[in-house]
Design a binder for this molecule. Structure first.
Ligand code: SAH
Ligand code: SF4
Length: 333
C-alpha cells in the first residue's frame, strides 16, 4: 500500500513498518494505532495526529433472530449513513458492501433507488465497512458482494481500488473470484471492466425480459437497453472467458410469468452465464411471487445449459437483503 509506505517514510520510519502496519490493519483487525503494540508510544501518537484509521463508525446493528444475518448502519465522517450486511451460511461468510451514499439510478423496486444520490464512497470507506465487521465479529469474510447501496460502476475507480485492496495477497486476501461486483448495466463501464482484464466476478441486474418492463423498473434501461446490454455481456464473456451472473428480482405479476422465463431463456441462449433469481424483498409497490410461481419460472431452464438458482435471503425479519437497505433507516429517523 503506497500510502502507508510514504506516510511512514515521512515520519522517518524504516520500510518494514509499512508491512507491520498492513498486518495490524488487515490481518489483525486493529482499528486504533494504540493497539499496534510493536510501535513505540511516540510513533503511535504521531500517527494518531497525522491520519485516522476507521472511516466508518457503527450507529446501529440489527441481527436476525437466528443470528445468521446482521445489518449494520454506519456513520461516515461527514455525518452521512450507509449500510452493510454480514451473512453467515455455514462456512460461507458474505459481506455486502455499499459503494455510494444513495443511488442516482432510481430503480423503482429498490429502497436505495428511492433515496437521492448524495456522493461516492472513497475506497477507504468501502474497505472499512469490511474491516469494521472483521473487528466487530472477530471473523474473516469469505465472500464479498458489491450489492449494498449504490451503483458500483458509477464509482468505478474507488470500487476497483477497494476490490484490489480486499484481494491483495498481503492483506485481507480474499480471492478475486470471491468478490462480486453487481451493476445495473452501465454498458461502457462493463466494456472497460472486460478490457481492463479484471478478474472479479461480474453480476448484471437484468430484472426483466422486455424493454417495456425494464424501462419501467430500471430507468437506466432507456439509455442502455436489453439488446445492447446482452451484447456487452457477450463481449465480456468472450474477452475474459468468465461467466456473467444475471440477477433477476422476481416480482409477482410483473416479470415472473412462464412467458418471461421462456423469453429469458431465449435471450441468454449461447451466453456463458448463470441466473440468480431473487424473490422481491420488502413491502413496497411489489410483491414476492408464490413458491409455485417461482418453481414454474425455473422449469423452462431445466435441461438447459444455463445454471439457475434462487437466492432465498435469510434475515427477512430485519429487512437485511442486499438491495433492500436504507428503507428502515429512513423510517427510523
Ligand atoms: N446497483 C447495483 C448493486 C446494488 S443492488 C445493481 O443494481 O446491481 C443489488 C441487487 O439487489 C440488484 O440485483 C438489485 O436488482 C437487487 N434488489 C434491489 N432491490 C431489491 C429488492 N427490494 N428485493 C430484492 N432484490 C432487490
Ligand atoms: Fe441503484 Fe442498484 Fe438500487 Fe437500481 S437496484 S437504484 S442501480 S442500487
Amino acid at each position: 500500500m503506497p500510502e502507508i509506505g510514504s506516510l511512514l517514510a515521512s515520519l522517518d520510519q524504516p520500510r518494514y513498518r509499512a508491512d507491520q502496519m498492513f498486518n495490524w490493519v488487515y490481518k489483525r483487525h486493529v482499528r486504533s494505532f494504540d493497539d499496534m503494540t510493536n510501535f513505540s508510544k511516540t510513533l503511535r501518537s504521531q500517527l494518531s495526529e497525522t491520519v485516522h484509521i476507521g472511516h466508518v463508525s457503527m450507529e446501529t446493528i440489527r441481527s436476525s433472530n437466528d443470528q445468521s444475518t446482521h445489518k449494520l448502519l454506519f456513520r461516515l465522517s461527514d455525518g452521512q449513513f450507509i449500510e452493510s450486511v454480514y451473512m453467515i451460511e455455514g462456512k460461507r461468510q458474505t459481506v455486502c458492501l455499499s459503494s455510494q451514499v444513495g443511488c442516482a439510478l432510481n430503480c423503482d423496486f429498490c429502497a436505495t433507488g428511492q433515496m437521492d444520490f448524495i456522493r461516492n464512497l472513497t475506497a477507504g470507506e468501502i474497505v472499512d465497512q469490511l474491516l469494521f465487521i472483521h473487528n466487530h465479529f472477530q471473523t474473516e469474510a469469505t465472500n464479498i458482494v458489491f450489492m449494498g447501496m449504490g451503483e458500483p460502476f458509477s464509482n468505478y475507480e474507488q470500487v476497483l481500488k477497494a476490490a484490489h485492496l480486499i484481494s491483495h495477497e498481503n492483506g485481507i486476501a480474499i480471492g478475486k473470484r470471491k468478490v462480486t461486483i453487481s451493476t445495473s448495466g452501465i454498458i461502457p463501464t462493463i466494456r472497460r471492466f472486460a478490457d481492463d482484464g479484471e478478474k472479479f466476478k461480474l453480476a448484471i441486474s437484468l430484472n426483466a425480459t422486455t424493454n417495456a418492463v425494464r424501462d419501467q423498473l430500471m430507468p437506466i434501461n432507456k439509455r442502455y437497453p436489453i439488446g445492447e446490454l446482452l451484447n456487452v455481456a457477450r463481449y465480456y464473456a468472450t474477452k475474459t472467458r468468465h461467466r456473467v451472473t444475471f440477477e433477476y428480482v422476481l416480482m409477482a405479476g410483473v416479470n415472473d410469468s412462464v412467458e418471461d422465463a421462456i423469453r429469458l431463456r431465449k435471450l441468454l441462449a449461447g451466453l456463458p452465464c448463470k441466473v440468480n433469481l431473487i424473490p422481491y424483498n420488502g413491502t413496497g409497490t411489489y410483491q414476492r411471487p408464490t413458491e409455485a410461481r417461482i418453481d414454474a419460472f425455473i422449469k423452462p431452464f431445466l435441461n438447459e445449459n444455463i445454471v439457475i438458482s434462487v437466492r432465498r435471503s435469510k434475515g427477512d425479519d430485519i429487512d437485511a437483503a442486499c438491495g433492500q437497505l436504507y428503507y428502515q433507516t429512513q423510517k427510523r429517523k
